[in-house]
Design a binder for this molecule. Structure first.
Ligand code: PEP
Length: 253
């Protein structure tokens, strides 16, 4: 049984004081949640303060990115060692916005995943196709390449600390979502790709989140699917009310 993993990616939103206020509200509203693993991913500058606020809470801290070196002359970058020290447990790797605006490729994604694991950070590897790839029926090819190259050299034990987020790029921040059934078909294929790379048990255990305009009104249907194990939530994680409703997807109002 895979425990649901719901993560909020705040992207470049919320100042440190806003992040602190928000976390305070979220923490008290979600204090009784046990069946879902919850992660929030603030900006780098807010991580330290938010980390202090999360002490004693079951909400875990994640970063939105990291560099693939431990330290050194890499102006403007943040290393996994730094993230680990301030209490991060997760790190998003290869988000489509990083691939699109900062030219991240599968090779750098792979190096980041390996280094994150070395510092006991759990990577959330983002994969997904663009609109034109979707329209040209290339979804599976794209996802397969992103997974095989992104996870090259990762063994079964390491894989137990990796989650995948399937995020069709055409669904991110657009209000469009893949239908639960279509998303689930891709999730099943992702599980098969991982099983083929490692083994069936590892494929079965891997948590695969869906991301792309997840909202309180579509989370239930997504989570009812057999191979959708959680969500990576952008816009709707910026409001306490909607993030709470997403995390409590299985509770009736
Ligand atoms: C994301 O940032 O990963 C994301 C899925 O964003 P949104 O929920 O806003 O589509």
């Amino acid at each position: 049984m895979r425990k649901s993993l719901i993560a909020g990616n705040w992207k470049m939103n919320k100042t440190v004081s806003e992040a602190v206020d928000f976390t305070n509200n979220l923490k008290s509203a979600l204090r009784d949640v046990q069946d879902v693993e919850m992660v929030i991913c603030p900006t780098f500058v807010a991580l330290s303060e938010v980390s202090k606020m999360l002490e004693g809470s079951s909400i875990k801290l994640g970063a939105q990115n990291m560099y693939m070196q431990k330290n050194g002359a890499y102006t403007g970058e943040i290393s996994p060692l730094m993230l680990k020290e301030i209490g991060c447990r997760y790190v998003i790797i290869g988000h489509s916005e990083r691939r699109q605006y900062f030219r991240e490729d599968n090779k750098s994604v792979n190096a980041k995943i390996k280094l994150a694991l070395k510092y006991q950070l759990r990577p959330i590897l983002c994969v997904g196709e663009t609109l034109s790839e979707y329209q040209n029926n290339q979804t599976i090819d794209v996802v397969k390449t992103e997974i095989t190259e992104g996870l090259a050299g990762i063994d079964n034990e390491q894989m137990s600390n990796v989650a995948i987020a399937y995020e069709p790029i055409w669904a991110i921040g657009t209000g469009k979502t893949a239908t639960p059934n279509d998303a689930n078909k891709v999730h099943k294929i992702i599980r098969k790709i991982i099983s083929d790379m490692l083994d069936a048990k590892t494929g079965e255990k891997t948590r695969i989140q869906y991301g792309g305009s997840v909202k309180p009104d579509n989370i239930n249907a997504l989570m009812e699917e057999s191979d959708i194990d959680g969500a990576l939530v952008g816009g709707a994680s910026l409001s306490v009310e909607s993030f709470i409703r997403i995390v409590n997807y299985d509770k009736k109002d």
